[in-house]
Design a protein around this ligand. Structure first.
Ligand code: GN1
Ligand code: MG
Length: 373
């Protein structure tokens, strides 16, 4: 435990009116943008016995999220909507500060901001051999989607403008590659050329949206399966977390991003990409769960582009990783030099395998649609 971090977390806890003695913290390392800590306090169980009471404390990346008021307003509205709809289910619960009588769901400090929410005991999975868990993750994201189907999207701010606008992501990449501020483009020439060669296919969903052929829903937009908390004993889903990017979006983004992450044979930043590719069994299990909840509401164009959406979001993320590499690693946390280029390469290897398997992925989507309609 690092003393400076512990002191900082203690100070943040005090701002959120946690008065118990600080005990310990551990950093939770699976986010690529924000910093997350499980912070343990000593509390009284009501009989005089000491118990450990954990909280989740997050330092939000203000380079990515520029407006904390809007971000937290979205999350508050969305959690409130789901709480009303599913009163029996576990829900995320944020703590408030009380600074000079002003209650806020975040605390600004220098150029970053912090928030605290309830710790929900659970397990999460990055990868999982058990296909019933993958299917459950699909059910959870499908259910989340349906839970917000009657939420008024006009109430939401765009927390990151053009977050899944693949065309805009390409424009940014091309602009930054032309400027090449860190002189890194030569190292990434092959990757850059590949991404440009598939630009039109990768942007098909964005283009269909611009042409009015795909509609917006309220989507999660960051559907890594480790954003589903599971009950440790029963392994059933408890709640979907990480609501920072809940915004109007395309349903294919949620489906595609979940596949991109969960169905890859390797980690998303594998250096050795010889095994990188889509595990069609995982694809099937996730699709089956997701479509069991959503099939009835999908338009024909949404169905026809679900398999393609996996390729689109994978290329989009590759452009984001590559762009961040070119501008000097400003957005994503990196663990080593060249990490963003390694991530780019892995996403490209995955996208190439998706091209090979596109027919099979489309077939699986169709068979699930038939099953659930
Ligand atoms: C970021 O930090 P995390 O893991 O929740 C990113 C996603 C990417 C993902 C790739 C707000 O998510 O869009 O798909 O990394 N989130 C944001 O690992 O940019
Ligand atoms: Mg996230």
């Amino acid at each position: 435990m690092d003393e400076t971090t512990a002191r900082k977390l203690l100070q943040v806890g005090q701002a959120f009116r946690i008065r118990d003695p600080f005990f310990s913290y551990e950093e939770i390392l699976n986010g690529n943008v924000n910093h997350t800590y499980k912070v343990n306090y000593v509390s009284d169980d009501g009989t005089g016995m000491a118990v450990i009471k954990p909280y989740l404390v997050q330092k939000i990346n203000s380079y990515a999220f520029r407006n904390p008021d809007q971000l937290m307003s979205n999350i508050e509205k969305v959690t409130e909507h789901l709480r009303k709809k599913w009163p029996e289910k576990t829900c995320m619960h944020f703590h408030h500060t009380d600074i000079g009588g002003e209650r806020k769901m975040y605390m600004i400090e220098g150029d970053s901001f912090w928030r605290i929410y309830n710790y929900i005991p659970a397990v999460t999975f990055d990868k999982c051999e058990d296909l019933s868990i993958i299917r459950s993750a699909g059910v959870a994201f499908g259910d989340f989607q349906m839970g917000l189907s009657d939420f008024d999207a006009a109430q939401l701010f765009e927390t990151i403008p053009d977050f899944h606008n693949t065309r805009k992501r390409y424009e940014t990449l091309i602009r930054d590659a032309e400027q090449d501020p860190e002189g890194r483009l030569s190292e990434a020439r092959e990757e850059y050329d590949f991404l440009l060669s598939v630009e039109d296919m990768a942007c098909q969903l964005s283009d269909l949206y611009s042409a009015g052929k795909l509609g917006l829903r309220v989507t999660h937009n960051d559907t890594k399966i480790n954003n589903v908390l599971f009950n440790k004993e029963t392994l059933s889903p408890i709640v979907v977390i990480d609501l920072d990017t809940v915004m109007p979006g395309l349903i294919g983004n949620d489906f595609g991003d979940a596949i991109r992450f969960a169905a890859n044979f390797t980690e998303e930043d594998a250096e050795d990409t010889t095994r990188t590719g889509v595990d069609l069994n995982v694809f099937w299990a996730f699709a089956d769960g997701f479509l069991s909840q959503t099939a009835g509401t999908l338009t024909e164009t949404e169905i026809d582009t679900l398999a393609l959406s996996c390729f689109a979001i994978t290329c989009e993320l590759a452009t984001r990783f590559l762009d961040d590499f070119l501008i000097g690693d400003k957005y994503f946390k990196i663990k080593r030099d060249g990490h963003n280029l390694i991530r780019t390469r892995c996403q490209i290897a995955l996208a190439k395998d998706m091209l090979r398997k596109m027919g099979a992925m489309e077939g699986i989507v169709k068979s699930c649609i038939q099953k659930y309609r």
